[in-house]
Design a protein around this ligand. Structure first.
Ligand code: PRP
Ligand code: MG
Length: 176
């Protein structure tokens, strides 16, 4: 699994000054064009969840890059999945939270019916940077009645210390 992570890491794109000057952008999509990297990503994510949280009820993915992982994991684990989306995209009654991230601010929403009271939720995304997005996601899941058992990301920009503002169990596969 260390070798798989090393392989994945080598295939993630790295772009200086995107989308703004001073940001070193790590592009998960760069890894996904490689068939082996896709397979390995699935393997290491699944292995981690099976080992640490085998009894989750629901996977919640963050728009948009979190969506790459939530259905895949849910189908493999035999649970459901739900989206957190940017404002105005989801029908029906929603809970919403404003958040700031490395390069801007936005509003996240989740459908009130997405989570049954007390369900154990795993939140998934590609990247933890400042922690603004995950912090909002944690708040949303709790507002909607779920219990956040873990937030799982592929990459963590550890130098930004985003996990400091997150009041939940956080796990990242790759740290920078
Ligand atoms: C990026 C990334 C994470 C978030 C991390 O998403 O995919 O979701 O930023 O940043 P933070 O820890 O500072 O909140 P972005 O909002 O750019 O949107 P996208 O996934 O739709 O590309
Ligand atoms: Mg994102």
């Amino acid at each position: 699994s260390e070798q798989k992570l090393e392989y994945i890491n080598k295939h993630i794109g790295v772009y200086p000054d995107f989308p703004k000057k001073g940001i070193l952008f790590r592009d998960i999509f760069g890894a996904l064009t490689d068939a082996t990297a896709c397979q390995y990503l699935k393997d290491v994510l699944l292995e981690h969840v099976r080992k640490t949280n085998p009894d989750i009820d629901l996977i919640v993915g963050l728009e948009s890059r979190g969506f790459l992982f939530n259905l895949m994991l849910a189908a493999e684990l035999g649970v459901g999945c739900a989206p957190i989306r940017k404002k105005g995209k989801l029908p029906g009654e929603c809970v919403s939270v404003e958040y700031t991230l490395e390069y801007g601010s936005d509003i996240f929403e989740m459908q009130k019916t997405a989570i049954k009271p007390g369900q154990k939720v795993l939140i998934i995304d590609d990247l933890l940077a400042t922690g603004g997005s995950l912090s909002a996601a944690i708040e949303l899941v709790r507002k909607a009645g779920g219990e956040v058992v873990q937030c799982l990301v592929v990459m963590e920009l550890a130098f930004l210390d985003g996990r400091k503002k997150l009041d939940a169990d956080i796990h990242s596969l790759l740290k920078y």
